[in-house]
Design a binder for this molecule. Structure first.
Ligand code: NBP
Length: 479
C-alpha cells in the first residue's frame, strides 16, 4: 500500500481533483476509473502527479494505506451506488468512502446509514467550483461523522480554495448535511444568475447599450459591493464576439436555459420544509419558461405594451438597476440561508451558518465579497431568524428600496419580465407587512372546509357556522 488517498471516477471533475490532491505535499494518489483507458491516459498525461494507477477495485483497495480514504467523483444516482457497492466489498471497517458528486442529500442520508452498518464511514461532500475549482481549489461541503472529519479534514483543507487565509471547507454536519448545503448553494447560484440576467436585459432594453458596453457596466460593478465571480464572468461573456458572425456571442446563443436539477431540488426541498424561497423558485421557473419554445411562439399573439422602454437618464437608471440587483440578491441569499436553517432543524444538523458563508467566499460559483457581510451577521447573531434583518442588510435594503421599486414598476409598465426582481421585492414587502391577507385566506378555508381560525383578540380556535346562522363557535384546532 503506497497511496494515502484514492479517487474513483476520472472524468473532468475526478481527474482535476486527483491532480489537485497529488500536487499537495505528502499525498500519493491512487486512481481508478471504470474504463481503464482513462486511468492510463491520466497517468501518462501527468507523470508529475505520481499517480498509482489501478485497474480493479481490489487493486485500488490494496494500493491504499489503512484506514483507506477514497473520493468518488462519478455521475450522481445509480453510478454512485454502483461504485459505493464495489468499494464496500473491498474496503474494511474504519475506512472512509467520500462521495464528492452532486448527490441528492436524501440519497446521502440513505447511503451513510447503509454503509455505516458495514463499519465503513461514508461522507457525502458537496464540491463546488466546476473543473477549474476541482483543479486549483474548490469550496468543499462535507457531511458525515465527526470521526471521519478527523481524518478527512486535513486532506480536504489542503486542496480547498483559500479565502482571506482560511481554507474553504468546514465540517457542515452529519450524514447528508454537506450535500444539503451544496444543493442550496446551487439554488442561490440559480437566483444570482437570473438576477444578473434580468439586470442585463433591463439595461439593454432601457438604454440601447451594446453587450460590450454593458460588459463595462458589469466590470465597474465588480469593483464595488456586487463584487463576485458571477458578475466578473458576466462581463466576459457579454464582451465575447462570435467569430462566425461578428455578432456579440450573447446574441447568437439560443435563449433557452438548461438545468441539471439542483435548483429544482432546492425548491422541492423548500416546499417540503415550508420555506418561502420565492427568488430561487422564480429563477428555476424562468429557465423552464425559456426552454418551452412551442409556448413562446404561441405567446407572440399575446398583447403587450404599446411603447418600448426608453430611459431619459441612463446613468441614474443603471444605478437603479444596480441597487435593485443588490437588494434582490440579499433576498435570495437570505432565503437560501433560511432553507439551510430549516433543513438543519428538520434533520438535526448543527450547522454554523456563518461558517457556511465563509467557505463560499472562495472556490465556488457564488463566491463574493458580500459573503463576508453574511459571516459578520451570523457572528453577531447566530440565531438570527431572517438574514436580511441583520443591521448591515437592513441599511443596504433601506438604501436600495426606492430604486428597487422603480425598477420593478418600470419593468412591469414596459412589459419586460423581471420575475426574480419582482418576487424578491414582494417577499420583502410580505415580511414587512403589519397585516397580511392571510386572514382572508383563513376565512375562506373556514368557509369551505371548516378549517377554523385563530383570533387576534382572544385565545382559542374558532369556526363560523357559514351554512347555518353564521354565528361563531369555539372549535377543535384543525389548522
Ligand atoms: P460525470 O458526471 O460525467 O460522470 C462520469 C464518470 O462517471 C466517469 O468516470 C464514468 O466512468 C463514471 N461512471 C458512470 Br457514468 N457510470 C459508472 C458506473 N456504473 N460505475 C463506475 N463509474 C461510472 O463526471 P463529472 O462531470 O466529472 O462529474 C462528477 C461528479 O461531480 C458528478 O456527480 C457531478 O454532478 C459532480 N460535479 C460536477 C461539476 C462540473 O462542473 N462538471 C461540478 C460540481 C460537481 P467511465 O469513464 O467508465 O464512463
Amino acid at each position: 500500500a503506497t497511496a494515502n488517498i484514492g479517487v474513483v471516477g476520472l472524468a473532468v471533475m475526478g481527474s482535476n481533483l486527483a491532480r489537485n490532491l497529488a500536487s499537495r505535499e505528502g499525498n500519493t494518489v491512487a486512481i481508478f476509473n471504470r474504463t481503464f483507458a482513462k486511468t492510463e491516459e491520466l497517468t501518462t498525461d501527468h507523470p508529475e502527479a505520481g499517480f498509482v494507477s489501478t485497474s480493479t477495485y481490489e487493486e485500488f483497495a490494496a494500493s491504499l494505506q489503512k484506514p483507506r480514504t477514497a473520493i468518488i467523483m462519478v455521475k450522481a444516482g445509480g453510478p454512485t451506488d454502483a461504485v459505493i457497492n464495489s468499494l464496500v466489498e473491498v474496503f474494511e471497517p474504519g475506512d472512509i468512502i467520500v462521495d464528492g458528486g452532486n448527490a441528492l442529500f436524501t440519497d446521502t442520508i440513505r447511503r451513510e446509514k447503509a454503509v455505516r452498518e458495514t463499519g465503513i464511514n461514508f461522507v457525502g461532500a458537496g464540491i463546488s467550483g466546476g473543473e477549474e475549482g476541482a483543479l486549483l481549489g474548490p469550496s468543499i461541503m462535507p457531511g458525515g461523522s465527526d470521526a471521519s472529519w478527523v481524518t478527512l479534514g486535513p486532506i480536504l483543507k489542503s486542496i480547498a480554495a483559500i479565502a482571506e487565509g482560511e481554507p474553504c471547507v468546514t465540517h457542515i454536519g452529519h450524514d447528508g448535511a454537506g450535500h444539503f448545503v451544496k444543493m442550496v448553494h446551487n439554488g442561490i447560484e440559480y437566483a444570482d444568475m437570473q438576477l444578473i440576467a434580468e439586470a442585463y436585459d433591463l439595461i439593454r432594453r432601457g438604454t440601447g447599450k451594446t453587450p460590450a458596453e454593458i460588459a463595462d457596466v458589469f466590470a465597474e460593478w465588480n469593483a464595488g459591493e456586487l463584487e463576485s465571480y458571477l458578475i466578473e464572468i458576466t462581463a466576459e461573456v457579454l464582451r465575447q464576439v462570435d467569430a462566425a458572425t461578428g455578432q456579440p456571442l450573447v446574441d447568437v446563443i439560443l435563449d433557452q436555459a438548461g438545468a441539471k436539477g439542483t435548483g429544482a431540488w432546492t425548491v422541492q426541498t423548500a416546499l417540503n420544509l415550508g420555506v418561502p424561497v420565492s427568488g430561487i423558485a422564480e429563477a428555476v421557473f424562468a429557465r423552464s419558461l425559456s426552454s418551452h419554445p412551442e409556448q413562446r411562439i404561441i405567446s407572440q399573439v399575446l398583447p403587450g405594451v404599446e411603447e418600448e422602454l426608453t430611459v431619459e437618464d441612463t446613468d441614474a437608471f443603471i444605478e437603479d438597476v444596480r441597487l435593485a440587483l443588490y437588494a434582490s440578491k440579499i433576498v435570495a441569499y437570505s432565503q437560501g440561508f433560511d432553507e439551510i436553517r430549516a433543513g438543519a432543524a428538520e434533520y438535526n444538523w448543527q450547522i454554523d451558518l456563518g461558517a457556511v458563508s465563509k467557505i463560499w467566499r472562495g472556490g465556488c460559483i457564488i463566491r463574493a465579497q458580500f459573503l463576508n457581510r453574511i459571516a459578520d451577521a451570523y457572528t453577531e447573531a447566530p440565531e438570527l431568524p431572517v438574514l436580511l434583518t441583520a443591521p448591515y442588510f437592513v441599511e443596504a435594503l433601506g438604501r436600495a428600496q426606492g430604486a428597487w421599486r422603480r425598477i420593478v414598476s418600470t419593468a412591469a409598465g414596459s412589459g419586460i419580465p423581471a420575475p426574480a426582481f419582482s418576487s424578491s421585492l414582494a417577499y420583502y414587502d410580505g415580511l414587512r407587512a403589519d397585516r397580511l391577507p392571510a386572514a382572508l385566506i383563513q376565512g375562506q378555508r373556514d368557509f369551505f372546509g371548516a378549517h377554523t381560525y385563530k383570533r387576534i383578540d382572544k385565545e382559542g380556535t374558532f369556526h363560523t357556522l357559514w351554512s347555518g346562522d353564521r354565528t361563531e363557535i369555539e372549535a377543535e384546532d384543525t389548522h
